[in-house]
Design a protein around this ligand. Structure first.
Ligand code: SF4
Length: 543
């Protein structure tokens, strides 16, 4: 249930803005209006329970002198660009929630809110909120409710319109009326937005939920003001066809180099220092038929961005793994720039990172749901592709963040064991694992399938969660091992109560206590009666 707490807005200023307000005011929740101290990967934590995500983790973006936001989410900047082009700079502003009262007045007709995960039911939010289990309310939901309960929003009866990649969550959870939202926009803005906004400005009634038309690439404008993380879109859509994924259903575009460089320059001049290249797969950039990567185009893109003054950091958002094996030279040619301009350090050495999807070790599931992901290779080759590509990335000092999906529809024990087998093959690789519960997203092919919940996870799934946690700590923060052990022992009674007795093995493996007690201390091989289900031995027997 949503609680509207007006008391949180203690700084709300009841005075009307001197100019009567701005007709179109754009905003997003405090957590989406932050660059997490220039750390796009920490932004993942927005899906964690609020008590774990303190406000200082996500400071708001700075303001310009007039109170508008200096940086804003990229999608909001695209919307702003379309609206400024049509209605003029003076009629459109983008602001942080804390400054809404300075711009909303009797002249305000539309308050546009952009959101990626308003209710905290995306892959990351659902998974980590249910694992940590306390209170259950993700930070992203708390902040979205907080924004919607801001008294400035309701004061002059402007239309509240919500869009963005997470807008579907509100309509599918029937939360629209409860949150006081007039209209929800589903899909990409560029084609239909102006028509909708004109209607709203004329006082015409809007449908409660509007699905927007797919834009053609020429309709997608260049942003006019800087984006958070210096985000610049290089491709949109994917088309590899993974059944759980929404970008795959979007029309695929590679933006012209000149368009990209203009956005990079705009961001660099504004002092963002970082450029985040937004793409669902960098290897799709100007790719050839059958998803064959275009080495010349990708290398030129990265080199040209590198030459732009003021760009201290370059981060690519996502990559798929098969093209790394298909043409490892692409990685070898761009890695030196990515490492030199990386935000990250691994064991005191600069290293780059990129998000990749391993998802499963099962060739059967790859063939069923992700056949396009490993093109031009075959599903049976998936484990080899993963191992080889991670090797190439690591050899070039790129240490990826890798997602795994637990509970894909129809997943059987042999599929889960295949994933465990793959994790064993990857032992020693520099990877940050992020296991996720299968979530059926509204815009995906599997939208009618049920979400996978923690309560019906298999013991082997729990084993994967524990392994990933253990590998991540061993690889990235071995110095916190003792704290993790002590914390695990302290929290064991709570998690035993929350998740049942199966949690014992999970806590033992995650904390490293199983190795300590069963192997090292006793000095013997793991005994079958104590071995955590799905250990190497068991896996080997299945192969
Ligand atoms: S490769 Fe990635 S972005 Fe493309 S369809 Fe698959 S999961 Fe989606």
């Amino acid at each position: 249930m949503v609680e509207m707490k007006s008391s949180v807005h203690t700084k709300f200023d009841d005075k009307m803005p001197e100019n009567g307000g701005v007709p179109i005011v754009l905003t997003a929740s405090m957590i989406e209006m932050s660059d997490f101290n220039l750390n796009p990967f920490i932004a993942f934590s927005g899906g964690f329970p609020k008590f774990l995500v303190q406000k200082k983790l996500y400071p708001p973006v700075p303001f310009n002198q007039d109170g508008t936001a200096k940086f804003a989410p990229y999608g909001l900047r695209k919307v702003e660009s379309i609206l400024i082009e049509e209605f003029g700079d003076e009629n459109v502003v983008t602001v942080c929630p804390t400054n809404l009262h300075r711009f909303i007045g009797p002249k305000t007709k539309i308050i546009g809110i952009s959101t990626m995960d308003p209710l905290g039911i995306g892959f990351v939010s659902r998974t980590y909120t249910s694992i940590f289990g306390i209170n259950g309310k993700p930070a992203t939901l708390v902040e979205f409710e907080d924004l919607l309960s801001n008294p400035a929003l309701k004061k002059y009866r402007a239309k509240i319109i919500v869009g963005g990649s997470g807008a579907w969550q509100i309509s599918s959870a029937n939360m629209q009326d409860k949150l006081g939202i007039d209209t929800i926009l589903i899909g990409q803005a560029e084609n239909s937005l102006l028509q909708i906004v004109r209607k709203a400005l004329n006082g015409e009634k809007l449908d409660k939920v509007i699905t927007m038309q797919i834009p053609v690439d020429k309709e997608i404008p260049i942003i006019k003001k800087p984006s958070i993380y210096g985000t610049v879109e290089i491709t949109r859509g994917c088309g590899r066809g993974c059944a759980f994924c929404s970008p795959t259903l979007r029309q695929r575009y590679s933006f012209p180099l000149e368009h990209i460089l203009r956005e990079v320059e705009l961001n660099a001049k504004s002092g963002t220092r970082a450029i985040l290249l937004q793409t669902d797969d960098v290897f799709l950039y100007k790719s050839k038929p059958n998803f064959i990567p275009n080495r010349e185009a990708i290398v030129k893109l990265i080199r040209d961005i590198d030459k732009i003054g003021g760009v201290d950091y370059i981060q690519i958002a996502h990559a798929s793994l098969a093209p790394v094996v298909y043409d490892r030279k692409i990685v070898e040619e761009i890695a030196p720039i990515l490492v030199e301009k990386s935000l990250w350090r691994c064991n005191d050495k600069r290293c780059a990172s990129i998000e990749v999807g391993i998802e499963t070790g099962s060739a059967q599931l790859m063939g069923k749901y992700m056949r396009g992901k490993m093109l031009p290779y075959k599903p049976e080759q998936w484990q080899d592709i993963v191992v080889q590509s991670i090797g190439v990335l690591n050899d070039n000092d790129i240490h990826p963040l890798a997602t795994l999906i637990l509970g894909l529809p129809g997943e059987q024990e042999e599929d889960i064991l295949a994933t465990i087998h793959l994790l064993d093959k990857l032992k020693g690789a520099k990877i940050l694992y992020v296991p996720l519960l299968f979530t059926s997203e509204e815009e995906s092919t599997l939208k009618r399938q049920k979400h996978k919940d923690l309560k019906n996870l298999d013991e082997l799934h729990w084993d994967i969660i524990a392994r990933c946690g253990r590998y991540d700590i061993d690889t990235w923060k071995p110095e916190i091992n003792k704290i993790v052990m002590a914390g695990s022992l302290l929290l064991y009674p709570y998690y035993r109560w929350k998740h049942g007795k199966k949690i014992f093995k999970v806590i033992m493996k995650f904390s490293g206590l199983d190795e300590m007690f069963l192997n090292r201390k006793v000095g013997i091989e793991c005994q079958p009666q104590y071995c955590v289900c799905g250990s190497n031995k068991e896996v080997e027997e299945n192969y």
